[in-house]
Design a protein around this ligand. Sequence first.
Ligand code: ADP
Length: 276
Amino acid sequence: MDHHADTHPCGGEVAPARVAPCGAGVVTSLDRVFRDDTPALQLRGLTKRYDDGTLALEDFGLEIPAGAFFGLLGPNGAGKTTLISAVCNLLRVTDGEVLVFGEPHDTLKARSWVGLAEQDINLDRFLTVRETLEYHGGYFGMDKDEIEGRAEEMIRAFGLTSKRDVRAPKLSGGQRRRLLLARALMHRPRLVILDEPTAGVDFELRQELWAYIRQLHSEGTTILLTTHYLDEAELLCEEIALIRGGHLIARDSADGLREHFGVNRLEDVYVKAMAS
Ligand code: ADP
């Protein structure tokens, strides 16, 4: 993937407080009302052609409402990682527009609103758990006191207290997965993107990760999840988009998809959608 150099966003803005979930109390400002109406993600005419000519996304349109738990399903090579990388400004899009809570995706503001837990466990082997989180907070322009407090909060929340001064290579696979998620949440993003967070993890850790993600969602964070596990998508996601060959095939709730495709199981929806 042609990731271009990711410059250090010094002085980046600290992510604002999370938008309160619907019905979570009295609305205190017009700003909040306005924000609630702005979709978390708007993709319009998004096209990505890699340097070798591969067309990974073509004129792709998608809107994800703020506060949604949204699933992205599709076979290998469908364009999911390209889409996520475009949203996170990790690659140059060929054409189209990407807005994050109404802001262009390449602005500091938009970037600070997104937290990404990538599929690969890409932790710096020379940093301890605490340093990993603190470095990430610094990268997103959080101030020193806030960084320390938030890092400790994440360490506790993700059960890493006894490993806080341990470097990544000495963590178990499960601890690394948890750290990856903790790092993605460190700067309090409003949109959390999870690229196959439970691929290859055992039953216990999967349950644990689901609980963290559900908690996040219940607090008002928008979640965009890619997964190959249809049961996971069905269990967690309010809406699912099916993508194939760089195009959006269908988008609805699991029930809506079953109805649309005239089948009883999500597996059959998937098979039909991918064959169509
Ligand atoms: P997914 O995440 O759904 O498996 P990807 O977004 O990784 O799909 O890939 C979409 C298409 O783009 C595939 O055909 C893949 O081979 C191609 N692709 C991905 N990254 C690159 C790259 N850096 N250069 C050329 N082609 C790429």
